[in-house]
Write a protein that binds this ligand. Structure first.
Ligand SMILES: Cc1cc2nc3c(=O)[nH]c(=O)nc-3n(C[C@H](O)[C@H](O)[C@H](O)COP(=O)(O)O)c2cc1C
Length: 372
C-alpha cells in the first residue's frame, strides 16, 4: 500500500528533500554556452536518474516547455515531454519520486488523469503531478489555444484539478458540470496505485497562484532567491498557517542552482565562467522579452540586475561553494522550515557524484537527512 503520508514523505525520513529540477530540457536551468552544458537527452537522463536513485536523491522535477527560447544555444530548445519521460524514469528506478509537469489548459483532464494513473502504476506509487496553468503566450499559440486572463487561468485550473481528483478518487461514473469543463458519464479506471493519490505540487508566484496551491496541493514551490532566512521562514509559516485554516497540510519547497567544488575559489570561478562570462545572453534577453522586460521598459540598471538574475539558473537560489558552504546553506533552508529543494547543475550527471559524496553526508551529520 502507498499511503498519502508515505507519498508526502516520499517514502523516507529525510527532513530536507532534495530533487533535481529541469533535467528533461537541453541546458537544464543554466543559460550558458559552455560545451559541457546539459544535453537533456534520454540516455543522459537515464544515467542521471539511476545515479540519483542509488544515492538517495528524493525526486525528479521536469519543466513543461514546448518551445526553445532561441539565443546562441536555442536554450531549452529540446525538451522531453514530461509524462512519457516520467514513466520511463519510473520504470527504471526503485525509490525516487518522479513528477510530470502539465499545462492544464493543454491536456484534457480525463486523458491526463489516465496518463497519471498509468505512470503511478509503473512507479508503484512514486508519480507526482506539477500542475501549471501557463504564462508563455508564444507556447500556447502553437496549440491554437488562447491564454485566459491571469486569474481565470487558475479558475480553469481549479475545475481541471477537481476533475482529475474525481477521476482518481470518485465513483466509477461521474458527471462534471463546471463553468469551463462539462463532462458526462466519466469512467476512469484504474485508480492510482495502492489506494492513495499522487503528490500534487504547484509553483504559482502570484497571490492567486499561491491560494490555488494552498487549496489543492501537497507541495508549494516558492522562490527564495534574494530572501533572508528570516523572510523565507516567515513565508513558509504563512503558507502553512493559511493551509491549516483550510484544514490542509502543505509542504513548502524552493529551487536552487548548485555549484559545488573542493574550494570556494574554484566554485566561484566556475560559477562566473558559466553564468557570467559564457552566459547565452541572447537567450537571456529573449526570455526577458517574453515578460516585456528590456532596458527600454525597466531602465538600464534594473535590466542589468534582471539579466544576471535570469542567467543564474532562471532565477533559482545560487548555492555556490565548497561542500561545507553548500551543506550549510541547505541546512539553513531546512531550519527556515522548507521541506525541500529542487536543484540544478550545469551538467547534472558530471556534478551529482561529487555533491552526493561530499554534501549529503554533511546533511546526514547535521540531522536533516538520513543515510541512503
Ligand atoms: C519550481 C517551479 C517550476 C515551474 N515549472 C513550470 C513549468 O514547468 N512550466 C511552466 O510553464 N511554468 C512553470 N513554472 C511557472 C509557474 O507555474 C507560474 O506560472 C509562475 O511562477 C508565475 O506564477 P503565477 O501563475 O501565480 O503568476 C514554474 C515555477 C517554479 C517556481
Amino acid at each position: 500500500m502507498s499511503t498519502q503520508r508515505d507519498r508526502m514523505a516520499m517514502y523516507n525520513a529525510n527532513a530536507l528533500k532534495i530533487g533535481l529540477f529541469g533535467a528533461n530540457c537541453s541546458s537544464g536551468r543554466a543559460v550558458t554556452t559552455v560545451p559541457e552544458r546539459w544535453t537533456g537527452n534520454w540516455q543522459d537522463n537515464l544515467r542521471l536518474v539511476r545515479m540519483a536513485d542509488e544515492a538517495g536523491i528524493d525526486f525528479m522535477l521536469p519543466i513543461g516547455r514546448w518551445k526553445g527560447y532561441g539565443g546562441d544555444t536555442d536554450y531549452q530548445g529540446e525538451t522531453l515531454e514530461t509524462l512519457t519521460w516520467a514513466t520511463g524514469l519510473l520504470a527504471s528506478t526503485k525509490r525516487i519520486t518522479v513528477f510530470g509537469t502539465v499545462h492544464a489548459p493543454l491536456f484534457h483532464p480525463v486523458i491526463a488523469a489516465k496518463h497519471f494513473a498509468t505512470a503511478d502504476h509503473v512507479g508503484a506509487g512514486r508519480f507526482g503531478l506539477n500542475i501549471v496553468v501557463g504564462w508563455n503566450e508564444d507556447e500556447f499559440e502553437m496549440f491554437g489555444v488562447k491564454q485566459r486572463e491571469h486569474d481565470a487561468r487558475y479558475e480553469y485550473g481549479q475545475e481541471w484539478i477537481d476533475t482529475v481528483k474525481l477521476a482518481w478518487e470518485g465513483p466509477d461514473d461521474f458527471e462534471f458540470n463546471g463553468q469551463y469543463i462539462k463532462l458526462t458519464k466519466v469512467r476512469a479506471k484504474p485508480k492510482p496505485y495502492g489506494g492513495s493519490r499522487p503528490l500534487i505540487m504547484n509553483a504559482g508566484a502570484s497571490a492567486t497562484g499561491r491560494a490555488f496551491a494552498i487549496r489543492n496541493c501537497d507541495a508549494f514551490f516558492t522562490n527564495a532567491q534574494g530572501q533572508s532566512p528570516e523572510a523565507t521562514a516567515q513565508a513558509v509559516r504563512e503558507a502553512k498557517t493559511e493551509a491549516r485554516s483550510h484544514g490542509r497540510e502543505i509542504d513548502v519547497y524552493t529551487v536552487g542552482v548548485v555549484t559545488c567544488k573542493p574550494t570556494q575559489r574554484e566554485a566561484d570561478d566556475y560559477y562566473r565562467h558559466c553564468i557570467v562570462l559564457q552566459a547565452d545572453w541572447s537567450a537571456v534577453d529573449a526570455i526577458l522579452a517574453k515578460r516585456k522586460i528590456s532596458a527600454g521598459t525597466v531602465g538600464e540598471d534594473e535590466f542589468k540586475r534582471l539579466r544576471l538574475h535570469q542567467a543564474n539558473g532562471m532565477g533559482g537560489l545560487p548555492i555556490v561553494g565548497d561542500p561545507d558552504r553548500v551543506a550549510g546553506m541547505l541546512i539553513a533552508l531546512s531550519e527556515a522550515g522548507l521541506r525541500g529543494i529542487g536543484i540544478s547543475f550545469v551538467n547534472y550527471a558530471d556534478e551529482l557524484p561529487y555533491f552526493c559524496a561530499e554534501v549529503l553526508p554533511r546533511l546526514v551529520r547535521a540531522g536533516v537527512r538520513v543515510a541512503a
